[in-house]
Design a protein around this ligand. Structure first.
Ligand SMILES: *[C@@H]1O[C@H](CO)[C@@H](O)[C@H](O)[C@H]1NC(C)=O
Ligand SMILES: *[C@@H]1O[C@H](CO)[C@@H](O)[C@H](O)[C@H]1NC(C)=O
Ligand SMILES: *[C@@H]1O[C@H](CO)[C@@H](O)[C@H](O)[C@H]1NC(C)=O
Ligand SMILES: *[C@@H]1O[C@H](CO)[C@@H](O)[C@H](O)[C@H]1NC(C)=O
Ligand SMILES: [Ca+2]
Ligand SMILES: [Ca+2]
Length: 466
């Protein structure tokens, strides 16, 4: 950590710079480096990561950018750009977004040194989103947090407990998914945090939660004016922890993320444990001439914690139209699971979807079609290599046609491809996938699992000679 001089009254801590784009599309690498150099080491900045991408430019004048201090001592750089159709694949925009300039030796109003390891603005843990910084002993009574501002970066209300890993509740040992601490939301308790965002952009929030009492538990996550109630009664992972995703569109440049336990139980302490709250910008995928479905490869989706091996549940989207899995609707009572290639076997690319709740978890998308015209729906069916063994069947629907694709899983990964040919009968055709059977992992944990689906493509057939 280096000494800094700009505002010497402030304390030194680890911080980061992030870039925020008024429209995440067009970037000029030379102006980015100009801007980076104006925040150069001689001015007290030390980058640990450098921008090495070579995007072509669309001409952004160097003095066009402005930067502002973010609420958590990050710098948000805003580059005005012309709004055009995207010229670059989203991945390069993301990379640029991640360009981030992690830096050391920066000031903060806090006396802690925040150990944010990955602090990308577009994809990151919220400040103290893992609750590793807790209340002072004087701000706690037993495990109960006293006062609304006891947990750094968070505002709490109601019966909130600060839980240390290994703590006992009756006979139950409380385990924490990340680090050594988590919070528990009792009856009507909530935690909230304000976050700077880009107005109009879509974001997904991922967090981990575990039930601690026998009864059904729910969490209401909201970013005004959107909210969603996520049921936690079914456990999908073997250790009791699951990660959940939810998405919203930012209506304001600053939003407040609220997680609330609406439960009213006899034991006020009964309520879910929460840890690791992260956020990621979502890019609504566009149609290409190679696929009439959006995000058919599922590569665009919610943040997946690099250290958790249980995937992310995408809950049923009952109330909102902003799916954390862009393009797709979860048309069922239960969640589907978003899985990553770092922890699971994935047929194509880095991400796929596991249909974990039989007929109760279905994903769907509506495509524009021409009545009378023929189409093919192709997709991959496999298993996630998560000890989910046995005979599986994926049912695919397109308009009035359907196909059942059997898949014999050894629980060790693998996939096959399937095709459904159909004739459209309407200007809009609903494509849907579900698992015929319920499956459980063979590790005796009783976790629900199921077939994996990926690489879904819908294309028109030129000659309908079949
Ligand atoms: C910047 O930080 C790196 C790693 O912390 C260090 O090795 C390097 O000497 C620093 N550079 C300057 C100019 O302080
Ligand atoms: C990027 O912007 C800078 C500053 O306006 C300009 O001088 C430069 O020509 C642009 N880069 C390219 C490759 O066009
Ligand atoms: C969830 O919280 C939001 C914001 O506080 C509220 O408007 C909404 O009614 C709540 N939903 C339920 C079902 O309690
Ligand atoms: C992931 O786990 C490793 C080893 O346990 C740890 O060093 C690292 O900090 C963790 N990363 C995150 C982002 O939690
Ligand atoms: Ca934690
Ligand atoms: Ca994929």
């Amino acid at each position: 950590m280096i000494a800094v001089t700009l505002l010497s009254v402030l304390l030194c801590a680890t911080c980061h710079i992030a870039l925020a784009f008024t429209d995440a599309e067009i970037l000029n690498s030379s102006s980015v480096s100009l801007l980076a150099s104006s925040l150069a080491p001689e001015n007290g900045f030390n980058y640990t990561k450098k921008y090495e991408n070579t995007l072509e430019t669309e001409g952004v004048a160097s003095n066009d950018f402005k930067w502002v201090w973010g609420p958590n001592c990050e710098i948000l750089v805003q580059i005005p750009v012309e709004v055009k159709r995207p010229k670059y694949p989203l991945s390069s925009v993301m990379e640029l977004g991640l360009l981030l300039l992690l830096m050391e030796g920066f000031w903060s109003f806090r006396q802690h040194i925040w150990g944010l390891q990955f602090s990308e603005f577009l994809e990151r843990l919220l400040p103290n989103g893992n609750f590793e910084y807790g209340p002072k002993p004087s701000q706690m009574k037993g495990t109960v947090v006293i006062g609304p501002n006891a947990i750094p970066n968070w505002e709490t209300s109601g019966f909130v407990e600060y839980i240390k890993s290994g703590q006992k509740q009756g006979d139950m040992l409380l385990v924490v998914p990340e680090g050594a601490f988590a919070v528990r939301l009792g009856n009507e308790a909530s935690i909230k945090q304000k976050v700077k965002v880009i107005k109009g952009m879509y974001y997904s929030i991922t967090f981990s939660a575990a039930r601690t009492c026998a009864q059904e538990e729910k969490l209401n996550i909201s970013v005004a004016p959107d909210s969603g109630v996520l049921p936690m009664q079914t456990m999908y992972s073997s250790n009791g922890w699951d990660s959940y995703a939810w998405a919203f569109q930012a209506d304001y440049p600053e939003v407040e993320i609220v997680i609330h336990n609406p439960g009213v139980e006899e034991d006020p302490a009964c309520g879910p444990l929460i840890d690791s709250i992260a956020m990621k910008a979502l890019y609504p995928p566009r149609l290409t001439n190679k696929n009439m479905l959006k995000n058919g490869d599922f590569e665009e989706g919610p943040y997946v914690f690099p250290n958790t091996s249980w995937g992310v549940l995408v809950p049923p989207n009952i109330e909102d139209d902003h799916s954390p899995l862009p393009g797709w609707m979860i048309e069922s009572l239960k969640a589907v699971k978003y899985i990553d290639s770092a922890h699971f076997s994935v047929p194509e690319g880095k991400r796929a979807v596991e249909l974990v709740a039989g007929k109760e978890s279905a994903i769907a998308q509506v495509a524009r079609t021409v009545p009378g015209k023929f189409y093919t729906l192709t997709f991959a069916v496999g298993d996630a290599s998560n000890s989910c063994e046995g005979s599986m069947v994926v049912e695919a629907f397109a308009g009035q046609d359907t196909i059942k694709v059997p898949y014999k899983s050894k629980g060790k990964g693998g996939f096959k491809r399937a095709v459904l040919r159909f004739k459209a009968i309407s200007t809009h055709t609903r494509v849907m996938f579900l698992s015929t059977f319920y499956s459980m992992t063979s590790d005796n944990s009783g976790s629900l699992c199921g077939p994996v689906i990926d690489d879904v493509k819908l294309l028109g057939v030129r000659n309908a000679q079949y």
